[in-house]
Design a protein around this ligand. Structure first.
Ligand SMILES: NC(=O)c1ccc[n+]([C@@H]2O[C@H](COP(=O)([O-])OP(=O)(O)OC[C@H]3O[C@@H](n4cnc5c(N)ncnc54)[C@H](OP(=O)(O)O)[C@@H]3O)[C@@H](O)[C@H]2O)c1
Length: 319
């Protein structure tokens, strides 16, 4: 399959490329926006800004991929909150431009969305649960999902992700290892524990306290299955179990044989809270992966299982 991947230098995109090449022998073209991959790569890089909608159309006309997996996105909540018009142009209008170009060239379109389309206040959410975003990033993801569902003749799937952790194979030095208000604390915990540094897990206020953490390579597997499937609609490409932040940190310590006494619950950093004033974070999201399991034959690994796989990836990568 000829795959066009946006955001291939990112955490998710670099894992999709790796799995697509190793497991599926796909031909890869990856859009390039910022710095190029740190090592030599054996796929084509296509310089592209998702804000340039003519360039998006021209590039898909040129490459005529079988499928596009659209990972590129803004993740800086403060920047998006402050610069709403330009963020909307990149995130929502850029996604529409990719979808329209896919429809024109007959490619399947897989759009990466997020569990942050929910407010994190429901007992359990599935793909039929109405979105209820509480911040601008969530609004943009939910708006894109809605637009795609209303486009006639589009062959598409939305793959939602949550709390992604893993190795960035394209730009390892750019991998975020700091703790944020979101559930993407896996890399922070592993990095700190491996250096025997204290892990202060933010316990509130305004943090994403429960989510279905997703190993990047496992999410990649589900997204690649979606690219090959013909079902339209939304799919939860999450790890199959939800877990709290503190419990997740202890699960990591278990699997990585690290010292549990390094882990403690601490209040959310006041400076980070101040920087995110007026930006609400979804609280506790527990999501079902039943539909994905039934449709794709794989509904994401459980917490322990995924961490075991990650430990192997970590050992191989750092050997
Ligand atoms: N990480 C999570 O926990 C999480 C959770 C739920 C959903 N998601 C979704 O998963 C997807 C991938 O996230 P990630 O964690 O892999 O993020 P990431 O590591 O920050 O990667 C984002 C990618 O988007 C590219 N990009 C940014 N602005 C661009 C532009 N104007 N034109 C073209 N490319 C641009 C970046 O390129 P540069 O690096 O060169 O700027 C980077 O390659 C996103 O859609 C995100 O919303 C992530």
């Amino acid at each position: 399959m000829r795959l066009y991947i946006t955001g291939g230098t990112g955490l998710v995109g670099s894992n999709i490329i790796k799995v697509a090449q190793e497991q599926y022998s796909d031909e890869i073209i990856a859009s390039l926006y910022g710095p190029p991959p740190e090592g030599k790569v054996d796929y084509e890089l296509d310089p592209l800004d998702m804000g340039d909608h003519d360039a998006i159309r021209n590039t898909l006309r040129k490459y005529k991929p079988d499928a596009v997996i659209h990972c590129a996105a803004l993740l800086d909540q403060v920047m998006m909150y402050k610069q709403r018009k330009s963020s909307w142009q990149l995130m929502v209008e850029g996604t529409r431009a990719f979808a329209e170009a896919c429809r024109e060239v007959g490619a399947r379109f897989v759009f990466i969305s997020s569990d942050w389309v929910f407010d994190g206040m429901e007992a359990l959410v599935d793909e039929e649960s109405p979105p209820f975003p509480v911040n601008f990033y969530g609004v943009m993801k939910a708006s894109s999902e809605r637009e795609l569902s209303m486009m006639n003749g589009l062959n598409y799937a939305v793959g939602r992700l949550a709390g992604v952790y893993g190795i960035n194979y394209a730009l390892p030095s750019a991998l975020r290892k700091d703790q944020g208000l979101g559930f993407d604390l896996g890399n922070y915990v592993i990095d700190h524990l491996s250096q025997r540094r204290l892990v202060g897990v933010w316990s509130g206020p305004n943090v994403n306290d429960i989510a279905n953490p997703t190993l990047a390579s496992d999410g990649a597997e589900m997204l690649l299955r979606l690219a090959r499937h013909n079902a339209n609609g939304i799919f939860h490409c999450f790890g199959s179990e939800s877990v709290g932040r503190l419990e997740f940190a202890h699960e990591i310590a278990n699997i990585f044989n690290a010292d549990h006494s390094l882990i403690a619950a601490v209040p959310t950093d006041p400076e980070v809270l101040a920087a995110h004033a007026n930006i609400r974070i979804p609280f506790r999201t527990r999501a079902s992966v039943e539909k994905t399991m039934q449709t794709l034959g794989h509904g994401g690994l459980g917490v322990k299982e995924a961490l075991q796989v990650y430990k192997k990836e970590w050992v191989v990568y750092h050997a």
